[in-house]
Write a protein that binds this ligand. Structure first.
Ligand SMILES: N[C@@H](CCC(=O)N[C@@H](CS)C(=O)NCC(=O)O)C(=O)O
Length: 216
């Protein structure tokens, strides 16, 4: 039984969907990674000193924090896809697998960290609160640039995010950022091909279960 550390509205949604897709046995552990004062909650830091969700317990090995806790959304997604190969969520062909990783690492670093974290957590990047608005504006601009690139990648007629493959672990991760686009008041119809793909993803029973079962 896995223990899944998550937070509503967070990127942990992608892992929640994949847990549902695989049929894995898991229990949810809701974590507010910050206390009311905005400081990382100390009891969660003992589990994951990075103080972020998602995290998944009962995975052999250790990074920092508790033994068996796996962190970083792309790593958790890959772990689940490989642990439950019968779910067919990541191709075994090495080029297609690399294409999945290409998406995941790019979204994690260039869109999540360099875009949304800059917009939502400017204090991570600059000390002077007087300049937060400038940093946030840059984050918003970066997000728009990355969104345009997502749309461009998907615009070649492919059916799913990885050409020649079906639904993979990339789709739920793309869904996280597409939904966040609405949260920051972007009109997502500006990215119609991506939006059509995400509407198909939203139709999946596993996605609906995750959205009804803890993630918003
Ligand atoms: N690199 C991490 C980033 C995870 C991350 O930033 N998670 C956010 C929620 S989407 C979080 O836990 N934020 C808590 C905080 O910033 O204190 C990953 O990909 O898993």
């Amino acid at each position: 039984m896995y223990r899944f550390y998550y937070s509503p509205g967070a990127c942990s949604l992608a892992v929640h969907i994949i847990l549902e897709e695989t049929g894995a046995s898991y229990e949810m552990d809701l974590r507010s990674t910050r206390g009311p004062d905005g400081v990382a909650a100390p009891e969660y830091k003992e589990i994951n000193p990075k103080s972020r969700v998602p995290a998944l317990s009962d995975v052999k090995g250790r990074a920092i924090g508790a033994s068996g806790v796996l962190t970083e959304a792309p790593a958790v997604l890959v772990f689940l896809a490989r642990r439950f190969p019968e779910a067919g969520l990541m191709p075994s062909d090495c080029a297609a697998e690399a294409r999945c990783l290409e998406w995941l690492t790019w979204l994690s670093s260039e869109l999540h960290a360099a875009g949304f974290a800059v917009l939502w957590r400017p204090s991570r990047f600059i000390h002077d609160p007087d300049r937060f608005a400038e940093v946030e504006a840059r984050g918003r601009e970066t997000i728009r640039e990355r969104f345009n690139e997502v749309e461009a990648i998907l615009s070649d007629g492919r059916e799913w995010s990885v050409e020649g493959c079906g639904y993979t672990i990339v789709e739920p991760y793309l869904l996280v950022f597409w939904r966040w686009g609405t949260r920051i008041d972007f009109d997502m119809s500006a990215w119609p091909i991506w939006s059509r793909l995400m509407l198909r993803v939203l139709d999946r029973p596993a996605v609906q279960r995750a959205l009804a079962g803890g993630h918003v």
